[in-house]
Design a protein around this ligand. Structure first.
Ligand code: NI
Length: 432
């Protein structure tokens, strides 16, 4: 029997708080899960710094990846199997892409990527195609199999239906993370009736569509996404922690460039500072290593690095204020000037950050990121774009909401405002 079709003697199950059980029957899937590159995802949190706001949010990319796999497995095995539009030859490539879609995420990925100018999607491709344990397992299925998995994840795979299950506006990735993040943060948003959505999902040649009777379940899903973005993902306090994290890495990088000698050599970062890193350097990093360095750096003689690390480790975060970049740029310039006068480096202590989300969009030809819309399948078989049937979805379609904030260490100024008139002046301006 082909390795691709080989079944385990006994089904393996993972107990999962969101999907109850994750079922593994295929040898290939079991072998992929056992690789060191996949196991590494246990040491990368799904929501980065969010645990500093919602203390339950300690869940990892490992759990999420298994969850996405399980949703796709159910769509294929319980829903699509046997239907004319579904080609069961695509089953294994789809399951592997679901399991591995986040494989290249690094520690606190957003912050790390930003400071070192990296792209986790490129690392996903590199791990799939490089000299890795994952690649060795996938190659046993077929010489071109690693590339096929990479193409599904990179959205260039010829079978569009397969791609849509992993990345579209109603895909297994989103369905898992919304529910999982809601569960672990403990918020009441983020819940929707996934069972119902899976029951009404239908395969077409181009993408998975939703039987029109399932429209209300999809509305609920879109609204839960909308709520989760603003209540959890863009929470200003978790952004504040992320801003500090970015500045810690930024400071360490700048110090290294200026020839500063660290009390303890940051060996894990050296190749990223110098941009000489190899895939192995990236794979061997995780969040535990970063947090260990932050603890060590709390005692560094550079006062900025030690202060930022102490703030992060002890959760003494920056305060924030709303600001409108269109009308308040003068205020920022003024603040920068005052910070410098007060001998507080605005590059590390006065930071602007923006969040922005588009809850749902329909197809607009020519746009840079053309988004595949969600289609309802009507009783006569015709497809109708969701916002044409749903007033609720229509109301939020194509509407980008953006939110700008500035972050600053208010505690420094409040402590000494009575001794130092400059601090009082800064505080007044920050609060205005
Ligand atoms: Ni994901």
């Amino acid at each position: 029997m082909d390795y691709k079709d080989k079944k385990l003697v006994e089904e393996k199950v993972f107990k999962d708080p969101v999907h109850r059980y994750i079922h593994v029957r295929d040898q290939v899937i079991w072998d992929v899960i056992s690789t060191r590159e996949f196991q590494r995802l246990r040491r990368i949190k799904q929501l980065g710094t969010t645990y500093l706001v919602f203390h339950g949010a300690e869940h990892t990319r490992f759990q999420h990846s298994l969850g996405v796999y399980e949703i796709v497995r159910r769509i294929i095995d319980d829903g699509f199997n046997g239907q004319a539009e579904w080609n069961d030859e695509e089953r294994m490539v789809t399951l592997c892409a679901a399991l591995l879609h986040d494989l290249g995420h690094g520690p606190f990925s957003h912050a790390f990527e930003k400071v070192f100018d990296l792209d986790h999607e490129k690392f996903t491709q590199a791990i799939l195609l490089g000299d890795t344990e994952v690649n060795a397992v996938l190659r046993r299925v077929g010489d071109d199999f690693p590339q096929r998995v990479a193409d599904v994840i990179g959205k260039t795979y010829p079978d569009k239906l397969v791609v849509s299950l992993i990345s579209s506006q109603i895909d297994a990735d989103r369905m898992d993370y919304l529910q999982r993040d809601a569960y672990y943060t403990g918020v009441s948003y983020g819940h929707f009736d996934m069972e119902r959505i899976l029951r009404v999902m239908r395969p077409t040649d181009e993408q998975a569509v939703i039987k029109s009777s399932g429209m209300h379940a999809v509305e609920d899903y879109i609204m839960s996404r909308y709520q989760m973005y603003w209540q959890v993902y863009f929470h200003p306090v978790s952004r504040s922690a992320e801003v500090i994290l970015i500045k810690i890495l930024h400071r360490a990088k700048d110090l290294n460039e200026s020839g500063y000698s660290f009390a303890q050599q940051p060996v894990h970062f050296q190749s990223f500072f110098n941009r000489t890193f190899e895939l192995e350097d990236y794979i061997s990093l995780d969040e535990n290593i970063l947090l260990t360095y932050f603890q060590i750096w709390m005692k560094e003689k550079d006062s900025i690095l030690s202060d930022l690390c102490t703030r992060f480790i002890n959760r003494n975060l920056f305060q924030y204020a709303e600001f409108d970049p269109a009308t308040e740029y003068r205020k920022i310039a003024e603040l920068e000037k005052l910070f410098k006068e007060a001998d507080i480096d605005p590059d590390y202590y006065l930071l602007a950050d923006s969040s922005s989300d588009l809850p749902y969009d329909f197809y607009r030809p020519g746009e840079e990121n053309e988004r595949l819309p969600i289609y309802l399948q009507m009783a006569n078989g015709d497809l109708s774009e969701l916002s044409r049937s749903s007033d609720i979805v229509d109301a939020i379609s194509g509407k980008r909401r953006t939110d700008h904030k500035i972050y600053f260490p208010e505690d420094i100024f409040t402590k000494k405002q009575h001794e130092n008139p400059l601090y009082a002046q800064i505080l007044q301006l920050l609060r205005s």
